[in-house]
Design a protein around this ligand. Structure first.
Ligand code: EZ4
Ligand code: CO
Length: 402
């Protein structure tokens, strides 16, 4: 089952996506997402210039071997560009294998471990009242878990707060937007927000929050402690996780569950956090952490330590990633939750898919393969547009983590 064609498709139906399409000699095709928000063309070039020439003629069934061929063969290992490129190949090969055997992908991953996958939505608003309103909207839509981000009094803009009620898009066309940040304002406000949410919506709904790498270890410890009465499902990315020992300090102070890993690329990034019980959820994704083959290894390591998965699922991951993630989520025993932001209608038209949302749960569907396709004709009508993620500055102008 030789690979005879490999195409890197860059399109921008509302935002930029990089998609790899592999075709075998028997005419079976498979897709992989290779989107790296704000650095899309680096992965597209890594694929087209360096990996695609080596793919032609390879046996599409040798998924594990191909993963190691590109990981070890590069010599320069790891990093988001390399790992997103390998992920795209790996995902496309799993898609092809499942299609050729005429089964939905999750059947090759050990079968379903659950009926459907718990997802969380993103409520946000420019202030407390608007965030409460948005949160209520998600409940009306049937969500059982909702992340809440809010504009903060005294700050003109904040992470995770969009234009509309349902979504936000962090990347902005042509130049990076600049946001203002104050940890003092933030730490004062967030516990008040969660007190209100619990007051108005009760104890049952799962609530989540993303601190987006912005705190120091002791600040994160204090926030975790302040949020304990509100029983968060998780507090995400409390500190920048390049400094993994910071998590030891946070853990000594709080029982608020912690989730980290959306910017991680390999099992080696996760190892210390998992083995030292420093996180409760590991958030690596199919696209940025080496594909389904590698994500399963991370999940299996995590399983030993009772750490659950919680894959990143923002709209900067294409529907191809979403489909792949749902097959993975359905199959692993230690699944925790899946992040879900619906894509724009134009993105959904470019990527027709079999996955669906109902009553706060998602399912990848029962079609053979991953169940996500690309309309190449339509994709070509949305050419690439340069876009950047924001920059964050403290009130005195100092650059801070975004
Ligand atoms: O800011 O995916 O939990 N979700 C997140 C995302 C990230 C974007 C960055 O491209 O933190 O919204
Ligand atoms: Co996040």
């Amino acid at each position: 089952m030789k690979i005879v064609d490999a195409k890197v498709i860059v399109c921008s139906p509302g935002r930029n996506f990089v998609t790899l399409k592999l075709v075998t000699e028997d005419g079976v095709s498979g897709l992989g997402d290779a989107t790296l928000n704000g650095r899309e063309l680096a992965v597209a070039s890594y694929l087209s210039n360096h990996l695609v020439p080596l793919l032609i003629g390879r046996d599409a069934r040798r998924i594990e071997d191909t993963w190691h061929y590109f990981y070890k063969g590069a010599y320069w290992r790891r990093g988001p560009v390399t790992m997103s490129a390998i992920a795209a190949i790996d995902t496309a090969l799993w898609d092809i294998r499942a299609k050729s055997l005429n089964v939905p992908l999750y059947q090759l991953l050990g079968g379903a471990s659950r009926d459907a996958v718990l997802v969380y939505g993103h409520a946000s608003g420019a202030d407390m009242e608007k965030t409460l309103g948005s949160f209520g909207h998600f409940l009306n839509l049937g969500y059982k878990a909702v992340r809440a981000q809010s504009g903060i009094p005294g700050l003109a803009s904040a992470y995770g707060v969009g234009q509309g009620e349902m979504a936000y898009e962090p990347a902005e066309k042509h130049a990076p937007p600049e946001n203002l940040w104050s940890t003092e304002h933030y730490l004062r406000f967030v516990p008040q927000l969660f007190a209100r949410l619990r007051n108005e919506f009760g104890p049952e709904i799962h609530v989540l929050h993303d601190a987006h790498h912005r705190l120091t270890p002791i600040e994160a410890a204090r926030l975790g402690k302040d949020l304990e009465p509100f029983r968060l499902f998780w507090l995400e990315d409390p500190t920048p996780a390049e400094l993994q020992s910071a998590l030891r300090l946070i853990r000594q102070h709080t029982t608020t569950p912690l989730a980290i890993g959306e910017v991680f690329n390999t099992i080696f990034d996760c190892q210390q956090l998992i083995e030292e019980h420093l996180v409760d959820f590991i958030r690596t994704t199919v696209v940025h952490a080496g594909g389904i083959t590698h994500l399963r290894k991370i999940a299996h390591l995590a399983e030993i330590y009772q750490v659950r998965t919680g894959s990143h699922g923002a709209t900067d991951l294409s529907p191809v990633s979403m489909g792949a993630a749902l097959h993975f989520d359905l199959s692993v025993n230690n699944f925790g939750i899946q992040e879900y932001m619906p894509h724009t209608p134009e993105t959904d038209r470019v990527f027709p898919h079999a996955y669906s949302f109902q009553d706060g749960l998602m399912h990848p569907g029962e079609v053979a393969g991953m169940g996500v396709d690309i309309d190449e004709q339509l994709a070509s009508q949305y050419p690439y547009v340069p876009a950047y993620l924001p920059i964050n500055r403290k009130l005195d102008g100092t650059i801070h983590s975004w």
